[in-house]
Write a protein that binds this ligand. Structure first.
Ligand code: FES
Length: 116
């Protein structure tokens, strides 16, 4: 059991979804901006940190989340915080700060104005 189980009360304490959408027609999409690498790294870090599983953290793939202009994007529930990221160090910060300790990484938060 993690010591950080106080926020959600759900099956998972926190759930992060990564848009991995890839558009066959060549239009811009998160897949063209490193989404898969970010997802894979997050999955690996969460496992390494022992955060994965019931009462803890789940990392999932998602299709288009309709905020493509900010891609790659990921969203963390239950807080409903949206992130954009560039590299593995950004993912490391999201894992350590938010997924593990519940502290939002403000510098990576996707502004509300960013849509499709
Ligand atoms: S392609 Fe990722 S949010 Fe639309």
């Amino acid at each position: 059991m993690s010591e950080n189980q106080d926020t959600a009360g759900g099956y998972y304490q926190r759930h992060i979804f990564f848009c991995l959408n890839e558009r066959a027609n060549g239009e811009d999409c998160c897949a063209l901006h490193g989404a898969k690498a970010g997802f894979d790294h997050c999955k690996q870090r969460v496992k390494q940190e022992g955060l994965a599983g019931k009462g803890r953290v789940r990392v999932n793939k998602a299709g288009c989340l309709d905020r493509c202009a900010g891609g790659p994007v990921a969203v963390v529930y239950p807080e409903g915080v949206w992130y954009t990221f560039v590299d593995d160090s950004d993912i490391d910060e999201i894992v350590e700060s938010h997924l593990k300790n519940g502290k939002v990484v403000e510098r990576l938060v996707l502004p509300d104005s960013v849509g499709r």
